[in-house]
Design a protein around this ligand. Structure first.
Ligand SMILES: [Mn+2]
Length: 466
């Protein structure tokens, strides 16, 4: 199945996708509609915003206001504040911002709400229009590609749309151009991109990037671009270190992409990172930020050597890294650099430990409290379920505290516990969870499982394949 066929099939089989197309067709009856787009502040979210911005301008002649706030879910308060400053809109478009039941409440403010996402749902908005291939069963994908599919259905896309979706898919680890692997949903698109942007896929014996997680002595340009832009998202955190004045990294990256498209840079012609960044101010700024990022990466690589083996559960080695972020990243509310550094150790630990997979728990004290990231697990252990369990327990222990939350994907998830919940309490919950998982797995193997254990195992996803 080629990409165009996949888009057509998605249109015919996914009612959400069909209603999204219909919604935009109807919106086309309005003269110069106003659209408010909130998108995630990571690479997938920024490229999603880039694709929908250009689609809406092209297809609807819309006026689009793009917001990339530094948190994942959109809260009603934040929406209200934005609306006070920005006036009224015909459409609220949420891209790569998760699925929560209360997103329905936003219809109070804006007549139409369209959600384009790929995360496993935390809730079910009933009255919004929702496109999410992962809504009913886990289908790894990227929001930028879902946006690109919508753009494809509604008219011709161009090289910039394609290149942006490629970067978004890279950012969310849906394909590996060095190992030549990809998740099923993005495969037809990646195959098409490989032909179109052959140079960006050429293997080079250069320094591996944050995306080169296996046998790392080579990389490709698309990984290098992804890494530079990922670093760019952190630009404002380096203001002091570098003596620069960037108001917000994700906007720098977003504007950089828009400018490159306006200038008419040819993505298929890019040979080096220098070609991509060019000589304009934003590109040069990204280049400086990247130099600092590389030096932080080096520092954290040293720290990431000290992992502790906790247990092996269902063939998965569970390791913990207790370490701080790079100094400028201690204020970051999201996984900045350390979790990515730690991920590069998964493959080595798997080999040396003789596990079938490895899961890495990164326990990182930050300014606001403790930030736990989990990576890996190979599909046998579920990072998202583990993070949400830790958060759930701590919420029960500290019901009066608001800054406790956790969840995410199968192979990458986060849990954040704000001060003043003590660090030792978070560590205690985490270790108790690992211990319990070991016990449950043994019980499942022996077949002697109490009703209660069976339920606990289910909530942790431990019952899979048993
Ligand atoms: Mn995403």
């Amino acid at each position: 199945m080629n990409y165009e066929e996949q888009v057509q099939r998605f249109f015919e089989t996914d009612p959400g996708f069909a209603s999204a197309v219909e919604l935009l067709e109807k919106l086309n009856e309005l003269k110069r509609p106003r659209v408010l787009n909130f998108s995630h502040h990571d690479l997938d979210g920024i490229t999603s915003a880039f694709i929908v911005r250009r689609l809406l301008e092209r297809y609807l002649d819309a006026e689009v206001v793009t917001k990339l706030p530094p948190y994942f879910k959109l809260w009603e308060g934040a929406l209200g504040e934005t609306l006070e400053g920005e006036g009224s809109f015909d459409l609220l478009l949420l891209t790569d911002k998760g699925m929560f039941g209360y997103y329905d409440d936003f219809l109070k403010y804006i007549e139409r709400v369209l959600i384009i996402d790929h995360h496993p749902p935390d809730g079910r908005p009933k009255r919004c229009t929702v496109v999410n291939p992962s809504a009913d069963r886990s289908v790894p994908a990227a929001a930028s590609l879902v946006c690109h599919m919508l753009a494809t259905k509604l008219g011709p896309t161009d090289d910039y749309d394609d290149f942006a979706a490629l970067i978004g898919c890279r950012g969310d680890f849906t394909f590996d151009p060095v190992q030549k692997t990809s998740v099923e949903f993005v495969r037809p698109f990646i195959e098409r991109a490989r032909e179109k942007f052959a140079r960006a896929f050429e293997i080079r014996l250069e320094h591996p990037t944050m995306f080169d997680l296996v046998g790392s002595d080579r990389t490709v340009l698309i990984n290098q671009i992804g890494e530079v832009l990922h670093a760019g998202c952190l630009a404002h955190l380096y203001n002091q270190t570098l003596g620069i004045d960037i108001s917000y990294g994700p906007e720098l990256v977003f504007d950089f992409l828009l400018e490159a498209a306006k200038r008419g840079d040819q993505p298929a012609e890019f040979r080096t990172i220098a070609d991509v960044l060019g000589r304009m101010l934003k590109g040069q700024m990204l280049s400086r930020v990247f130099e600092q990022y590389k030096s932080d990466w080096k520092l954290l690589s040293k720290r990431a050597e000290n992992t502790v083996f906790l247990d092996e559960v269902r063939g998965v080695g569970i390791y913990m890294l207790f370490a701080e972020e790079a100094p400028a990243m201690r204020v970051a509310q999201f996984p900045a650099i350390l979790p990515f550094v730690a991920s590069t150790r998964l493959d080595g630990l798997k080999l040396t430990g003789g596990h079938s997979h490895v899961i890495m728990i990164i326990f990182c004290p930050k300014e606001r409290g403790v930030h736990i990231s989990m990576r890996g697990g190979g599909g046998a252990l579920d990072c998202g379920a583990m993070c949400s369990q830790v958060a759930g327990h701590l919420q029960e222990l500290y019901p009066e505290r608001e800054g406790i939350g956790g969840g995410g994907h199968d192979r990458a998830a986060e849990c954040i516990v704000d001060k003043p919940v003590p660090m030792y309490a978070v560590m205690h919950e985490l270790l108790a969870l690992v211990q319990e998982m070991g016990r449950l797995a043994k019980a499942l193997e022996s077949g002697e499982v109490t009703q209660e254990d069976a339920e606990r195992a289910k909530s942790l996803g431990l019952d899979r394949n048993f």
